[in-house]
Design a protein around this ligand. Structure first.
Ligand code: UD1
Length: 418
């Protein structure tokens, strides 16, 4: 099993380019199932979750060609199997995203109940309730969600809580439904907007994406398009936190600064000197230790849960005491136990991690438990004294493209070992 070996204590410095957003690429790849012509997608990050999604499309009969410069062409004209098997779904919860498109285009979908990150119960009841409101019959049998509908019908759907993939699934179902669908209290994440723009490129009629109400006028069919995936804001935030924790100075390029407002506010509060351009962010700590900050996760545009673990790591080496409150997922604090093993002074009180920073973390062998938790351990390793071994980094590889290469470019001492 791959591990990352990190010699800590180096200030990150230099330039680094961001990859396409994992959480936009996955729904967009699932959305290719809606098209009756080939679709070309660019800036697709080379990640385990993307490979899994491509394998999923292939098992259904889609022809997928991975080209150079991170482009992927999907030809979903000859889909023959309307099923997402457990072997693939168990490794990636986002596989649930094929449910809406398959049902909308073919009237039938069997999707294994998802696995993925062990960060709480993460049910899919809202996905299912929405499809039922659109006229689908849905039952759970042998571990599969089995959905049927001759043709989905437009409906008014109000989400009980904000769900990102739930919004995306129902959006993809609605684009081919008969009539108008109004989705209320939807996720406003930039990745939802990116998916909507991609679907519009294929001929979908969607208004309001990026706001809390989306209106969809169903169309008969969708055609081909070429689309470039937006940059990854969580990857961007992770490198910026790395620089902040090590007193460094980096410029993150090929990113979308407007998607990172909440994160940049907190980094400025932590003492970072930040300059923003069209597609880059420059962060300079002038060699200083960060100041501890308080963050509270909430749906976009508030502070993202996917940056929570990284800010726990930041507070661990900061001056003063800061709190990180998680409101989206229960049980998303596995990284805290590992950070404690590196000398972090953190305690958990309910859904809040209270941390008083220490001058230096000390290296230790640690274990990645989920995607963003593992990123926080890599960051802690970069700031720690000594050699940190991060085990089970397949979690990191699900979401960070060439992490050790990018960190090496920023001057870190890091290598992958078996
Ligand atoms: C997506 C992101 C993930 C991010 C999360 C929150 C992708 C592929 N993954 O996950 O990186 O951490 O958004 O920003 O985009 N819920 C229900 N019932 C449902 C659906 C969700 O109760 O049917 C709850 C969940 O348990 C959770 C909350 O709603 O407490 C938000 O989850 P959701 O936004 O759905 O997360 P994902 O879409 O799975």
């Amino acid at each position: 099993m791959d591990k990352l070996l990190i010699d800590g204590g180096v200030r990150l410095s230099g330039k680094v380019s961001m990859s396409g957003a994992k959480n936009a690429a996955l729904p967009i790849l699932a959305g290719t199932l809606l098209a009756t012509e080939p679709v070309q997608i660019r800036n697709v990050p080379h990640l385990k979750d993307v490979t899994t999604t491509i394998a999923l499309l292939q098992t259904m009969g889609a022809e997928v060609t991975v080209g150079d410069r991170l482009s992927v062409e999907v030809d979903a004209r000859n889909i023959s199997r309307l099923e997402a098997p457990y072997e693939l779904v168990k490794t990636m919860r986002a596989s649930i995203l094929v449910l809406g498109p398959l049902l909308a285009r073919f009237g039938e979908a069997d999707v294994s109940l998802p696995g993925g990150c062990a960060i709480g119960a993460r049910p899919v009841n809202l996905h299912v309730a929405g499809l039922q409101a659109m006229g689908a019959s849905v039952k759970v049998e042998n571990g599969f969600i089995k959905a049927r509908a001759k043709r989905l019908k437009g409906a008014n759907i109000m989400f009980d809580m904000v769900t990102v993939t739930g919004t995306e699934n129902l959006l993809m179902a609605a684009v081919l439904a008969d009539g108008v669908t109004v989705l209320e209290n939807v996720a406003r994440e930039p990745e939802v907007l990116d998916l909507a723009n991609f679907l519009i490129g294929m001929g979908a009629r969607i208004d309001g994406a990026g706001s809390s109400t989306i209106t969809v006028h169903g169309v008969q069919s969708l055609g081909g398009t070429e689309y470039t995936v937006l940059p990854d804001r969580i990857e961007t935030g992770t490198y910026l936190v790395g620089a902040a924790m090590t007193g460094g100075h980096i410029r993150v390029e090929d990113t979308a600064p407007e998607t990172l407002d909440a994160v940049l506010i907190k980094l400025r509060e932590a003492g970072a000197d930040i300059t923003v351009g069209d597609n880059w962010i420059d962060l300079d700590m002038h060699g200083a230790r960060p100041t501890a900050v308080n963050v509270r996760t909430a749906p976009y545009p508030a502070f993202p849960t996917d940056m929570q673990a990284q800010f726990c790591a930041l507070n661990a080496v900061a001056i003063g005491t800061g709190t990180v409150t998680e409101t989206i997922f229960e049980n998303r604090f596995q990284h805290v136990l590992e950070l404690q093993r590196m000398g972090a002074n953190i305690r958990l009180e309910g859904n809040t991690a209270i941390c008083t920073g220490v001058e230096r973390l000390t290296a230790a062998p640690v274990m990645a438990t989920d995607l963003r938790a593992s990123a926080s351990l890599v960051l802690a390793g970069l700031a720690a004294e000594g050699q940190t071994l991060v085990d089970r980094i397949y979690h990191v590889d699900r979401g960070y493209e060439r992490i050790e290469e990018k960190l090496l470019q920023l001057g870190a001492t890091i290598r992958r070992v078996l």
